[in-house]
Ligand binder design. Structure first.
Ligand SMILES: [Zn+2]
Length: 314
């Protein structure tokens, strides 16, 4: 695999001279070759991967082991955790949007975990659509769910309709040009609709604790790193108004960071998200992360709701 690595300007304000945050880093999770630089824009404060694979090379960085390309693990406990997460996500979605939407688009539906769950729960009362850069047949849903799937780049998609709700969970950090992507999603959202998403929180205490092993880095697959403040700026620049941001309880932030640290420090062959490794670590992390969220008011993931302004602000 030969990756083409390039230096880029700030994707939000195009400032060409970002300030590197520390030394170049390697991929400790999937061990993609190369060294990459995280930098902060000196004008708009946006944090991003300033030295990164170009668009064509980025697709190669996901590899054959990435969770969207392989069958969902058969491990029953892991499936139980996935279902728990999908249920919690659905309840938050209903609360944030205020009602069950009649149409919903999931951007970056990955292994279809959430769309399939919604298909079971909504039972045809909500029109469900998913889009991803690559659709893997291995995750195809039961036709009875009636879920429309569209393969393509979120920045240039034209789905021919607008949606009452658009959701994107752990997607915005992967997108090389979030400005173009969000502007295109704005065109697909009904005037009274909601955009709901989740991103890793740059201000997570575990980033400070685990540094280059922090689960939210995932370089070079993650291109953008968000705080609530930079998220607000990005949304406002793309025609949205940020309505709310809140912490999401996610033990994976600590357990994956810990597994990254162990595998890298001990030079283990296994990847840090293997079930036998990941599940015990997640169980151990569950209590600690509860303290992080409820006592420290801090989390590894933040969820937001935004609504469209009447027109795009250029
Ligand atoms: Zn900038």
């Amino acid at each position: 695999m030969v990756l083409r690595i390039i230096d880029v300007a700030c994707p939000i304000c195009q400032c060409p001279d970002p300030q590197p945050l520390g030394d170049p880093l390697t991929d400790v999770e999937n061990r993609v070759e190369g060294r990459y630089t995280i930098a902060r824009c000196q004008v708009c404060q946006f944090i991003f991967l300033s030295r990164r694979p170009d668009a064509e090379s980025l697709n190669q960085c996901y590899g054959q082991n990435y969770y969207t390309a392989v069958a969902t693990p058969k491990n029953r406990f892991r499936q139980f955790l996935y279902a728990l997460r999908a249920r919690a996500r659905m309840h938050r979605l209903l609360r944030l949007h205020g009602r069950m939407p009649q149409s919903l688009l999931e951007v970056g539906h990955g292994n279809m975990e959430f769309l399939k769950f919604l298909g079971q729960q909504f039972k045809g009362r909500c029109q469900l659509t998913g889009t991803d850069i690559k659709i893997h047949a291995i995750h195809a849903p039961d036709p009875s769910f009636n879920i429309r799937l569209v393969e393509g780049d979120v920045g240039s998609l034209n789905l021919g309709q607008s949606f009452e709700t658009i959701v994107m969970y752990d997607v915005l950090e992967h997108i090389a040009d979030p400005l173009i992507a969000l502007r295109n999603l704005h065109k697909h959202l009904e005037p009274q609709g909601s955009l709901i998403g989740q991103v890793p929180n740059w201000n997570s205490v575990w980033r400070h604790g685990f540094s280059r092993h922090w689960s939210g880095l995932q370089i070079p697959r993650h291109q953008n790193f968000f705080t609530a403040k930079t998220l607000r700026s990005l949304l406002e620049k793309t025609g949205f108004q940020l309505v709310s941001v809140h912490n999401v309880y996610d033990p994976g932030d600590l357990s994956v960071s810990f597994c990254n640290w162990i595998t890298d420090t001990l030079k283990l062959q296994t990847l840090s998200r293997r079930s036998w490794f990941f599940i015990p670590a997640t169980l151990l992390a569950a209590g600690v992360v509860a303290l992080q969220v409820f006592l420290l008011r801090n989390s590894g993931e933040i969820e937001f709701k935004a609504v469209p302004l009447s027109s795009i602000i250029k």
